[in-house]
Design a protein around this ligand. Sequence first.
Ligand SMILES: [Zn+2]
Ligand SMILES: [Zn+2]
Length: 148
Amino acid sequence: MATGKAQRNTRQRQVVLEELKKLTSHPTAADLYEIARARMPKISLGTVYRNLELLAENGVIQKLEIGGSEARFDGNPERHYHVRCARCERVDDVHDLPGGFVKRPVKHLSGYEILGLRLEFIGICPECRKRSEPGSDEVAPHERDHTR
Ligand SMILES: [Zn+2]
Ligand SMILES: [Zn+2]
């Protein structure tokens, strides 16, 4: 059938989008590939990645250009800020932070018309904090240096 391939492509994109929308974990393409494969065993990592790029270009989802080793994807296309755990690379949303809070002072200080900003908070997530504070007040050596 002439339309078979196009239909399959549409279906694959739909599955990738549906699975991403279910998650609040800001997964990588590889994470989504593992999940999508459970529903569509023939899907490839390349296909998942291409679909994510396409959906991000169309503003349906966000590709997060933040630190860490791999691009992360967000099913929420609304502008919001993120905080990344320096230990486990978990990424969470930071809600209720007004967008103008830093643009206005930066415009004033630099004379630039500010079009946007990329802002990523880096921290230690609640899970990692729990793991590092089992009743001891000893500071782990790598906790002293946050500048990396
Ligand atoms: Zn963590
Ligand atoms: Zn997010």
